[in-house]
Design a protein around this ligand. Structure first.
Ligand code: GLA
Length: 350
């Protein structure tokens, strides 16, 4: 029997750049998916959180969370002989808040199977297996950031990743007394898959119109050649890449004010140019701007709901109940606040 722990992730900055050959700056967090895997007579998946028990004779789609598990097994089986296993899953990672619980589940299962059958496969290769599983089996055409950060993060560091060539650097998370917090808006993202795939298609359309093979060849001068909506999408990508580099420099110089500013700038761009925010999240970000200890905040992850990442010099204990009250009376939803610490990537426990 093998037991594996895989963390969730947040992304400091670099949103909707990972499927555009751009830069991202995520880190793994100290909340996890845990799996126990052992050999069995048929495929059996149990989730403590979903109180579900799925038993299958063969690998097939079920349109449930189990597709993330089967997707990974399916891709691994294109290269290795893998006999049936039982997978037991438990998690303290909120789903739908933007922490990428799906990538955590994929990596936990993939790494567990690697350990159980001693497969000759590196962490980077497993990242690619899980990415393929999500794109091809689940049908969410996500970039590689989530799987990469869940696998290759290092505690007390963020990963500065160039998704064009997968070169990366661990950048120390010296926040000079500030901390990251996540406010969960409780808005769950029913649109995420269709709208997300639509943004991807729009970005592909940009390249087609400009006759370029990669977003890295797109220049600011090209923007005027695009129709309005595509111009906004492309401008977001170009400016967001610059902001990732600004954020890395701010971290290296321990310039928390600058780091906060780029978070606010990123939010504005995601709201107005890329159009992946929602009124509830915009409301919270505007509130945060009035709180002196908050240096910056933005929506993170795929968008259309989920969480806000905030950088603050204070734990927000006094302010959070006030926000919760006005937010609830306006939108009829609760909010929750979590302090976020970094962690290492996926690992075996036993
Ligand atoms: C989702 C995807 C990632 C990335 C973000 C947006 O979380 O899974 O690959 O594209 O959205 O930055």
């Amino acid at each position: 029997m093998v037991e594996v722990l895989a963390p969730g992730r947040v992304n400091i900055i670099g949103e909707h750049t990972d499927y555009n050959d751009g830069f991202v700056l995520p880190f793994a967090i100290d909340k996890h998916v845990r799996v126990r895997i052992e050999r069995a007579r048929c495929w059996e998946f149990r989730s403590e959180n979903f109180k579900e028990h799925i038993v299958l004779e063969r690998i097939e789609r079920t349109s449930t969370w189990a597709d993330y598990v089967m997707g990974v097994i399916n891709v691994l089986r294109s290269e290795f002989e893998i006999p049936p296993v039982t997978v037991e899953i438990s998690s303290n990672l909120p789903t739908g808040a933007g922490f990428s619980s799906s990538a955590a589940l994929e990596l936990a299962v993939g790494w567990g199977i690697k350990e159980l059958f001693d497969l000759p496969i590196t962490k980077l290769e497993m990242v690619q297996v899980c990415h393929r599983a999500e794109n091809e089996f689940v049908g969410m055409r996500c970039g590689i950031m989530d799987q990469f950060s869940v696998a290759l993060s290092k505690k007390d560091h963020a990963i500065f990743l160039d998704t064009a060539n997968l070169e990366y650097q661990h950048v120390p998370l010296n926040l000079d007394g500030a901390s990251f917090y996540v406010i969960d808006s409780s808005v769950r993202r029913s649109l995420v898959s269709s709208e997300y795939n639509r943004r991807r298609n729009e970005c592909e359309e940009v390249l087609k119109i400009l006759g370029k093979g990669s977003f890295r060849q797109v220049e600011f001068e090209d923007l005027s050649k695009l129709p309005e909506v595509l111009r906004k999408r492309a401008r977001h990508v170009l400016e967001e890449n610059r902001r990732v580099i600004d954020a890395v420099n701010a971290l290296k110089n321990r310039d928390m004010r600058r780091l906060g500013e780029v978070l606010y700038e990123s939010h504005e761009s995601l709201e107005k140019l890329y159009e992946v925010s929602c009124p509830q999240i915009d409301y919270i970000v505007e509130w945060l701007k009035q709180v002196p200890s908050v240096l910056g905040a933005r929506i993170f992850g795929g968008g259309f709901g989920g969480g806000i990442l905030a950088l603050s010099t204070d734990p927000l204990n006094e302010f959070a109940p006030k926000l919760a009250k006005t937010y609830e009376s306006r939108f009829g939803l609760p909010i929750s606040l979590m302090k976020i610490s970094s962690d290492d990537g996926v690992r075996r426990l036993n």
